[in-house]
Design a protein around this ligand. Structure first.
Ligand SMILES: Cc1cc2nc3c(=O)[nH]c(=O)nc-3n(C[C@H](O)[C@H](O)[C@H](O)COP(=O)(O)OP(=O)(O)OC[C@H]3O[C@@H](n4cnc5c(N)ncnc54)[C@H](O)[C@@H]3O)c2cc1C
Length: 438
């Protein structure tokens, strides 16, 4: 097995090389006042800035590192029309009326992303050929069947693929059934982040990279934002730091559990092998509790996303496990040459729903996408812009909720590690159940 080199510094080379050049940014150096300061330049912050600038509002984005440096530039790239919980759980949690609004709005999340990509001419491998969600167990198959039926009744382009059709679509006979959801698609997420930043800048937003915000203070009815050598004052502030949230606001960091996600790519595959894998270029995930996915990149590399060590400074995914899984899925690969691996932080919440907060007058935050943030964070950015413009939360998709720091945040890593072991065991048991394999 050929182990990949591990890139912990930021978005992976494979994304960066294919992205547009960075937009014009400069470190904040002077003292000035803006109507809105956005902290964090991922999908949440950039979407908020773009939606605000589009209505003529003076907005500045402050980013500690570079545009798209956080999870946004490292995501697997699936633009999904769902949250981690399914529609039944959303309706139960939010009630029939609000719940249905959220289900419908989230289903239209990819429309928002692909519309922005089209309108602003963002070159980011955008491909809306759908998402394949495979059943790893009989229970998973029943669950997919239920979801597919629900969406079909609502006229959505979702279908079940069984037997030979499923094998053909995936390029593997490992799974007996899968759903194909044509509402979703795939992108280069780092290029999308840079494209959003270009769009925001062209629309009038100012972007300040390499500008870590150290402190937020309320002073004379305004927000004072300490960025080291420079200070910004703003009427409104949007905190869009998600899993990379520090101590800017008491309790915000403790309201989510940051967990690592892992990505990796192979060297380009030979012509005859690459055409046998996911021939219509959908991405593939399955119903296991521990997340993993694969897709083909435009240059013929196989790109995977897998569960690995959830915490720690320099974690390595378990290559033996990842390699074995991928070769079981696609035996035609032969020996796989993994080229590069990377990792980024995902913000989890205890109920797996995102959070929208008004932390103080004129201070807002949106976070907690549980690994489903490309569309949801873009929508959240739009929601944050809506609130800043003075609308109440019945005009947003996600409702405003009070900040709830987790009392057990300090021991979260220990608890999560235990839970991951339980999930791993359940996935293994489920996969052994009769009726799983074709
Ligand atoms: C490996 C991986 C795979 C994923 N795959 C998918 C997928 O396929 N599909 C999907 O929908 N979602 C996926 N996600 C989730 C998705 O990437 C995130 O939900 C989304 O990018 C969150 O965007 P964001 O803007 O809220 O946060 P981020 O992109 O993390 O941005 C936060 C930014 O805030 C900045 N910041 C932090 N503190 C400060 C400060 N004090 N001052 C200034 N700046 C600060 C950080 O530098 C960072 O750039 C994945 C995530 C990971 C890590």
């Amino acid at each position: 097995m050929h182990e990949p080199s591990l890139d912990l510094a930021g978005p992976p080379d494979v994304y960066v090389r294919a992205a547009p050049p960075p937009p014009p940014t400069e470190r904040l150096q002077d003292h000035r006042h803006v109507a809105v300061a956005v902290i964090g330049a991922g999908f949440t912050g950039l979407s908020a800035a773009l939606h605000l600038a589009e209505t003529g509002i003076d907005v500045a984005v402050l980013e500690a590192k570079d545009i798209g440096w956080g999870a946004s530039g490292r995501a697997f790239g699936q633009v999904v029309p769902y949250l981690k919980p399914g529609h039944e759980a959303i309706l139960r949690h939010y009630g029939a009326e609000r719940g249905q609004r959220i289900v419908d709005a989230v289903a239209a999340g990819p429309d928002l992303v692909f519309e922005l990509i089209g309108r602003h001419g963002i070159e980011c491998w955008a491909m809306r050929s759908g998402l394949i969600f495979a059943a790893h167990s009989p229970g998973g198959r029943r669950d997919l069947g239920r979801r597919t039926q629900y969406w079909q009744q609502r006229g959505a382009p979702v279908e079940m693929l069984e037997g030979a059709r499923c094998a053909e679509a995936i390029g593997s006979s490992l799974y007996p059934a899968a759903s194909l959801d044509r509402r979703g698609g795939n992108i280069n997420p780092f290029a999308y982040a840079r494209g959003l930043a270009h769009a925001a800048a062209k629309t009038g937003a100012t972007l300040h990279a390499q500008t870590p915000v150290r402190k937020l203070m309320r002073r004379n009815g305004r927000w004072a934002i300490d960025a080291g050598s420079a200070e910004l004052t703003a009427d409104n502030v949007v905190i869009a730091t998600n899993a990379y949230t520090g101590d800017l606001w008491p309790g915000l960091r403790q309201s989510i559990i940051p967990m690592r996600g892992h990505g990796f790519v192979t060297e380009p595959l030979s012509d005859n092998v690459r055409h046998t894998i996911l021939p219509e270029r959908q991405s593939l995930t399955d119903t296991r509790l521990l997340y993993s996915g694969v897709r083909m990149l435009p240059d013929g590399r196989l790109h995977g996303s897998a569960h690995g060590p959830s915490f720690g400074a320099e974690p390595r995914a378990d290559w033996r496990r990842v390699d074995a899984r991928i070769r079981r899925l696609f035996p035609q690969l032969g020996a796989v040459k993994w080229q590069q691996a990377w990792t980024g932080w995902v913000a989890m919440t205890t109920d797996h729903f995102p959070r929208l907060h008004e932390l103080a007058p004129g201070l807002y935050a949106g976070l907690g996408y549980n690994g489903r943030g490309i569309a949801a964070a873009t929508m959240m950015g739009r929601d944050l812009a809506t609130l800043v413009r003075g609308a109440r939360d019945d005009a947003t998709v996600f409702p405003l909720t009070p900040l709830r720091p987790l009392g057990w945040h300090r021991v979260a890593p220990t608890l999560v590690r235990g839970l991951v072991q339980v999930y791993r065991l359940r996935d293994m048991v489920d996969e052994c159940r009769p009726g799983r394999a074709a």
